[in-house]
Design a protein. Structure first.
Ligand code: ZN
Length: 116
C-alpha cells in the first residue's frame, strides 16, 4: 500500500555534499573593482606645475602666486621616480591641503583657485 512509488528516485537525485567545487564557486564574492585610475590621480598635479626647463622639477602654484611680485621663489620639488610624497607634505604643511579637501582649492576647471 505505497502511495508514493517515486520517493526513492527523488532521494537518489540529491547531490552529495562532498563537492568542494560547488562551494568555492558559490563563495565567489563580487569584488568592488572600481576603476579609480582617474580619481586616484595624484592631486599634487593640480597644485604643482612642471618646470618647462626641467620636467623633473615642479613648483607649487600657490607659492608661486603668493611669491608673485616678491623676490622669493618657490622651492622646486623633484618629481623624480614619480615620488610625490614630499609635494603632498608641502601642500599639507603650508596650505593645509589634503586629499580629502583638495577639491575645495580647485575651481570648476580643476585649476588652482588662488583666491582663497
Ligand atoms: Zn606651496
Amino acid at each position: 500500500m505505497s502511495s508514493q512509488p517515486f520517493s526513492d528516485t527523488e532521494e537518489s537525485n540529491v547531490i552529495p555534499s562532498t563537492t568542494s567545487t560547488s562551494l568555492t564557486t558559490s563563495r565567489k564574492k563580487r569584488k568592488a573593482n572600481v576603476e579609480t585610475s582617474c580619481s586616484n590621480k595624484s592631486y599634487t598635479s593640480y597644485f604643482f606645475h612642471i618646470d618647462e626647463g626641467n620636467i623633473e622639477h615642479a613648483y607649487c602654484k600657490i607659492c608661486e602666486h603668493n611669491f608673485a611680485g616678491s623676490r622669493q621663489t618657490p622651492y622646486p620639488y623633484t618629481r623624480k621616480g614619480g615620488n610625490t610624497s614630499n609635494m603632498i607634505a608641502h601642500l599639507c604643511d603650508k596650505h593645509n591641503i589634503i586629499k580629502d579637501n583638495y577639491t575645495d582649492f580647485l575651481d570648476e576647471h580643476n585649476e588652482v583657485n588662488t583666491i582663497f
